[in-house]
Write a protein that binds this ligand. Sequence first.
Ligand SMILES: Nc1nc2c(c(=O)[nH]1)N[C@H]1C(S)=C(S)[C@@H](COP(=O)(O)O)O[C@H]1N2
Ligand SMILES: [Mo]
Length: 398
Amino acid sequence: MTSNKRRRLLALCASFGLASCAKQESTAPKSPGAGLSMRPYGDRSPFEKTLRGARESTKSIGVGSSRTPLHELYGTITPSSLHFERHHAGVPVIDPAQHRLLIHGMVDAPVSFSMEDLRRLPSITRPYFIECSGNGGGELAGNAGADASRSHGLLSNSEWTGIKLSTLLSAAKMQSGASWVIAEGADACRMARSIPITKAMDDALVVYAQNGEAIRPEQGYPLRLLLPGWEGNASIKWLHRLHVASEPAMSNQETAHYTDLHPTGKATIFSFEMEASSVITRPSGSQKLAGSGFHEISGLAWSGRGKVAKVEVSTDGGKIWQAAVLDEPVMTKAVVRFRMPWQWDGQATVISSRCIDETGYVQPTRDQILADRGPSSNYHYNGIKSWRVEADGSVKNV
Ligand SMILES: Nc1nc2c(c(=O)[nH]1)N[C@H]1C(S)=C(S)[C@@H](COP(=O)(O)O)O[C@H]1N2
Ligand SMILES: [Mo]
C-alpha cells in the first residue's frame, strides 16, 4: 500500500471512531451443536427481520400486490422470496406435469408443449428487471410512502432461465401477415396481453426458472412470459396459450387499464417500454445516519431501452451533479447498482439520483413529467427521486 493510500485509510477509520479493537470478545460458540442445525431448505439468519414489502389492501380474495423492500437489500438480484407480486385474479396452483403451452392461430404447425418438451430446448439465462408501470405512481400523486419500498418497490431483478420465444414461434411456423401474439395466463381471469411480433421475435423469453430454481408460484409457476424492459403487466404469468394473430386482442388489461390518460381525456395504449429510472436505497427513507463523516451513497438504476450509461448523484438539492460508479458488468434491461462516496457535514440536505441510458435519454424531474403529460396518468412515472437528510441523520421522503 502506498503511504498516500494508507493515510487515507487511517483518516477514514478515524472518521468512524474506529480507534481501538484490542478488547473485542469472541462470539464463537463453545461446541458445534450450539448453533443452528442444517435445514432441507435454507433460511436467513434469525437476526434478519426483513419482512416482505408491505401488502396493499386487497379488494377481493387473491387480488393485490406486494412490494420489494429495496431499502433493505444489497447488490442487484432480488431474493426470489422478496420479488414483488401483482395478481389480478389470485395465484393458481398448477401441476407442471399437467401444464401445456399451446401455440395456435396464424401458424402452419400448431403445437402444444409439455414442460418436459420445453426443458429439452436450447435455453438461456440472463438477469432482467420486472417493473410494474404503476411503480412510482405515488410519487406523481404526491402520496408516496416513507421508504423506497413504498416509492419504488414494484421493481425486482432476477436471473431468469428459459427459452427464446422466437425458438417456439419458429417451431410453429408463423404465416405471413402474423403481427401480434396474444399471450394468455392460466389464472382465474385468464389475463391476456397482445405483444407485437417484433418484440416476440427479438428478446422475449418464456421462462421456467428464477435465480437458479423453478420460478415461485407467485411469479407464474411453472411458466411465464418475460418481456425484457417492458411494463410488467405484459409479462404474462402462468402462461398457457400464445395465439398468433394479425390484430391485437384489445383485452381488458390493455384498454381499461395500463393505458396513459392525457389531460384531453384521450389515452395512449400499448406504451410498453419502461424508461430510465433510479432510486437511492442507502441512505433512503426511514433509515437513520449514525453521524456525520463518511457514508457510501448507493442505489439502483435501470432502463427498459437498454443499458444504463451513467448515473449522477447530487447531495446538495440538485445544484451539483457528480457521476457515480456503476458496478460492472452493466447488463441490458437489468438493474445496476451505483455507488458514490460521501462525506456528510452533518447539515440537513437533499440527496437525489438521475439515470442516463445508452440512448442518451435523461431521467426527467417530476415537474418536467407534469409539464409533458399532466397529472392524470400515474403509469410510467420515472421522475428523479430525492430524499431529505435531516440534521439528526433521519432520512425522509420529500
Ligand atoms: N396471468 C397473469 N399475469 C400477470 C399478472 C396477473 O395478474 N395474471 N399481473 C401482471 C402485472 S400487472 C405485473 S406488474 C407482473 C408482476 O409480476 P410478478 O408478480 O412476478 O412481480 O405480472 C403481470 N402478469
Ligand atoms: Mo402491474
